[in-house]
Design a protein around this ligand. Structure first.
Ligand SMILES: C[C@H](N)C(=O)N[C@H](CCC(=O)O)C(=O)O
Ligand SMILES: [Mg+2]
Length: 357
């Protein structure tokens, strides 16, 4: 199977409600889909969610990166996947979301060539996952209403977005916790919104109220590694690194310093499936568990992430793959099942995505 064509197309889909973090507000998903065709007509799908405030990428930079990398991919046999991946990562630095979209499509093709689902190509067996859902940052009453609604439709783990104001944030966490059944698990994500001392004061206050969240995600700026370590050493709530970890080297530095408890792996930050697997393997060597997370990713990218989670299910013990659940409707068809908190991989070959509507 020789690769003969690479095309991109926009995937636009409205969200059910605005997605609001301390970094940005988004009303509709706007991702870039990659469609790679082989000489026998087999098509591989990939997708990336440009997130300028985190990866520095836009739809336009993604298109430019993909067209730059095209000559290193077109004309290659899909059986030479390792060589193609080496080209993608060595011929162009950064541009991790563009690379991830290409990688997803290439792995889709490779698994289709072998006529097996991607998770099996990657060595996985697990096909069902439970995701959390994000509760956007807002007025406390609105966040409580959103949290109660999420619980009413079956979510038992909520990812609470905070980080615009440490005083307000502690009040929000306590009010949301008090309003929910006690068996609900809370994940907190400040998206870099605090200083280390603010985070420690806030978390200690929340902890004195009896609330130990599953983790606090990225409390301080991405490059504030010392701050992450200070927080980890001062509070009971485990610390999870998100924006601080793009590459294997980023993760190594944090793990060597014992600066965090967990790492959030996202395909769009690390550069795709091969890199996500390497990150999970590194974390496994350090005995550190990971979350498989997402940007505002649609069904193709989320399916790609699920296959990775299947392949490294011992290390990837937490799932934040609510990208499709946040959409007003699913713009693809295929046998991957996205049913609110329940995600199920298909047994079809490749990613299991049939078509884009
Ligand atoms: C959508 C997912 N649950 C999530 O919260 N992702 C954000 C990425 C932020 C973005 O797309 O702006 C995160 O983990 O920080
Ligand atoms: Mg995060």
């Amino acid at each position: 199977m020789k690769i003969v064509d690479i095309k991109t197309t926009l995937l636009r889909a409205p969200l059910k409600t605005p997605f609001i973090t301390s970094l940005r507000r988004v009303d509709a998903l706007e991702d870039l889909v990659v469609i790679i065709t082989c000489d026998d007509g087999t098509v591989g799908y990939g997708e990336g969610a440009p997130t300028p405030v985190i990866t520095g990428e836009t739809i336009d930079t993604m298109k430019a990166a993909i067209s730059y990398l095209k000559p290193f991919i077109i004309g290659k046999e899909i059986s030479e996947l390792d060589i193609i991946l080496k080209n993608i990562h060595s011929k162009l630095l950064h541009n991790t979301t563009a690379k991830s979209a290409l990688e997803i499509a290439l792995f889709d093709l490779k698994a289709k060539a072998e006529n097996i689902p991607l998770y099996r190509l990657l060595g996985g067996t697990k096909t069902t996952f439970k995701t959390d859902i994000t509760i956007s940052m807002d007025q406390t009453e609105k966040m409580i209403a959103d949290a109660l609604h999420a619980v009413s439709i079956g979510y038992d783990t909520l990812k609470i977005k905070i980080g615009d104001d440490p005083i307000k944030d502690s009040e929000r966490i306590i009010a949301i916790y008090d309003a929910l059944p006690k068996e609900i698990t809370l994940r907190l994500d400040a998206n870099q919104g605090w200083e280390a001392d603010e985070a420690i004061t806030l978390l200690q206050k929340v902890e004195s109220h009896g609330i130990i969240a599953e983790f606090i995600e990225q409390p301080v700026k991405a490059d504030n590694i010392e701050g992450l370590k200070q927080i980890k050493d001062a509070v009971k709530t485990p610390v999870l690194a998100d924006e601080s970890v793009f590459s294997l080297n980023d993760a190594k530095r944090l793990l060597e310093l014992d600066a965090v408890d967990y790492i959030n792996i996202k395909l769009d930050k690390c550069g795709g499936i091969s890199k996500a697997l390497e990150l999970a393997d590194l974390c496994e060597r350090y005995g550190v568990k990971c979350m498989l997370g997402c940007m505002l990713e649609g069904p193709i990218a989320i399916a790609g992430a699920m296959h990775v989670a299947s392949a490294r299910s011992e290390t990837i013990t937490m799932i934040d793959l609510d990208g499709v659940a946040l959409l007003a409707n699913n713009p693809t068809s295929g046998s991957v099942i996205f049913d609110e908190s329940n995600l199920m991989l298909s047994l079809d070959s490749g990613l299991g995505i049939d078509s884009i509507k």
